[in-house]
Design a protein around this ligand. Structure first.
Ligand code: SF4
Length: 343
């Protein structure tokens, strides 16, 4: 257990039962279960951002919703500053937790109410949590939040509606709405993926500046592994509901020890045109299997270019590759991956 862990997840699990149709009920068929998150562990330390990466459907957004307590875990525990947050049940406990833990959504175009001005959007969380004794005091707090996200002068933005803002400005308002409650922890679910490439770096830079300015830590959900080195300290790679590799971001990206991480890295466009990396396609065959039908043994074996007989029979345990760097592969640390395999 990390001594200064801000957040810990142990055996975190979320299974969804699929609703049966009339004929399935008639045939007394067993209910199918989607194993969206399948018993994962991770620690997040103070001001050490943690990114979770993987293809669509790997379970990363479900993990974000579990952290926010927007979904109830099927099993497992989550701790915030050593407090068991899976036990929070009263409205007041959950409200206090949600002040401390905020979320930024992928789509700033739909996460801001188009009928409200920026001032109202930012004032709402203050009213919900009973902050600011008067309208004037709340207005000062709103202006301060706008300045924090570099929307200056703030007076210029107070009366604007979301449609009067650019995509980058909208996401800054979303960030201000989260920051106005002075949270310790922010779940950022693909916060820049819907923005123009030209403003993505600006928004990520701003979020990074706020780590020290506002003492905040991010759980960064992304399908773009190339942004994780810049923005985060630790990384977890998810495949089909499991965290198959995790560790310090430099260790994992420089020495990927699970074939799936290798495949994600090969898909990253390479700045140097002489190099062959950068297919933009994950270079592994087949589709990600259904969460209702997880393959036996290693769940990655039907797509793995290194699979051997044991892989379909025995589930790999987490193997330590380096200090704090582990991978769930029978051969982790033994296979010398070549990142230039995509020809
Ligand atoms: Fe591939 Fe086998 Fe390792 Fe799974 S255990 S990732 S199938 S080599």
């Amino acid at each position: 257990m990390a001594e200064d862990a801000l957040f810990r997840a142990r055996n975190l699990t979320k299974h969804f039962k699929i609703t049966q149709g009339f004929f399935q009920k008639l045939k007394m068929e067993e209910k199918q279960v989607v194993r969206a998150v399948d018993g994962i562990d991770f620690d997040i330390q103070w001001k050490r951002n943690f990114s979770v990466v993987g293809e669509s459907g790997c379970g990363k957004t479900t993990v974000g919703k579990l952290i926010m307590r927007l979904l109830e875990p099927t099993d497992g525990k989550m701790y915030m500053k050593d407090k068991d947050i899976t036990q929070l049940s009263s409205k007041s406990e959950l409200k206090a937790y949600r002040r401390q833990t905020q979320i930024i959504y992928q789509d700033p175009f739909s996460s801001l109410d188009p009928r409200h001005r920026v001032r109202t959007i930012l004032e709402e969380p203050l009213q919900i949590h009973g902050l600011g004794d008067s309208r004037e005091e709340r207005t000062d707090m709103v202006m301060e939040a706008l300045e924090e996200v570099r929307l200056t002068p703030p007076e210029k933005f107070l009366r604007r509606y979301p449609h009067m803002l650019s995509g980058g400005q909208k996401q800054r308002v979303s960030l201000a709405r989260a920051m106005i409650l002075s949270p310790d922890f922010i779940v950022a679910d693909e916060p820049v993926s819907m923005l123009d490439v030209s403003v993505r770096a600006e928004v990520l830079n701003l979020m990074k500046d706020l780590i020290d300015e506002e003492d905040v830590t991010y759980f960064y959900i992304t399908h773009d592994i190339s942004t994780t080195r810049f923005f985060t300290d630790y990384i977890g790679v998810m495949y089909l509901g499991d965290m198959v590799e995790k560790g310090k971001v430099g260790d994992v990206l420089d020495n990927p020890s699970h074939p799936y991480t290798q495949a994600l890295l090969v898909a990253v466009p390479e700045a140097d045109p002489e190099r062959v990396r950068g297919t933009k396609e994950v270079p592994i065959s087949g589709e990600i299997p259904s969460g209702t039908n997880i393959p036996s043994g290693c769940r990655f074996h039907p797509r793995c270019p290194h699979a051997e007989e044991i892989c379909s029979k025995k589930e790999p345990e987490s193997r330590r590759v380096e200090k704090e760097h582990t991978a769930k592969c029978h051969f982790a640390g033994e296979i010398d991956f070549d990142l230039d395999v995509a020809k």
